[in-house]
Design a binder for this molecule. Structure first.
Ligand code: GDP
Ligand code: MG
Length: 163
């Protein structure tokens, strides 16, 4: 099975940076699913003989409302519901925000497995940077650095093991 992995999170947490890293393989350029690859929010990746599809849901975000009424865009919700796995990205430098909690609440209602990735963790203590995110109720947070590549392969392997 070729899983679809949706990258979810509020703006600026590093979704697109992670997307680029996950789709860097040559396979990212192969248009074996024309309907999807024409859409720039979708990309292909592969680890060994395990291919996957990545969705950068941030590309779906319209104008971002920073207020309390923030909701995930309709298309984001659709991508989440259609995905096989979800990577919920939070920002380890900013720390936990109300938006993170809203998104977490929505993701906990879904049936898809969620991996909680604490991004921008390069140079930080893993236990310290992840600790405040346990309260999101999505299991053990994984420290990563999308821009430096740290923890990304481990996270990806954990996800792909399930499919
Ligand atoms: P998006 O809005 O969620 O798609 O976030 P972007 O991928 O556009 O990244 C937002 C900002 O965070 C950019 O300035 C990135 O360079 C930066 N960024 C992304 N990943 C990392 C990371 O692992 N470490 C640090 N320090 N900055 C990062
Ligand atoms: Mg983006």
């Amino acid at each position: 099975m070729k899983p679809t992995i949706a990258l979810v999170g509020r703006p600026n947490v590093g979704k697109s940076t992670l997307f680029n890293r996950l789709t860097k393989s040559r396979d990212a350029l192969v248009a074996d699913q024309p309907g999807l690859t024409r859409d720039r929010h979708y990309g292909h990746g592969r680890v060994g003989d395990k291919p996957y599809l990545v969705v950068d849901t941030g590309g779906f975000e319209p104008v971002v409302d920073e207020g309390i009424m923030f909701e995930m865009a309709k298309q984001t919700l659709q991508a989440v519901d259609e995905a096989d796995a979800i990577v919920f990205i939070v920002d380890g430098r900013t720390g936990l925000t109300p938006h993170d909690k809203i998104i977490a609440n929505r993701l906990r209602q879904g049936s898809r497995p969620v991996w909680l990735a604490v991004n921008k963790a390069e140079g930080m203590n893993r236990a310290v940077v992840t600790s405040e995110f346990f309260e999101l109720g999505l299991g053990e947070p994984v420290a990563i650095s999308a821009s430096h590549g740290e923890g990304v392969r481990t996270l990806l392997n954990e996800i792909l093991e399930r499919f």
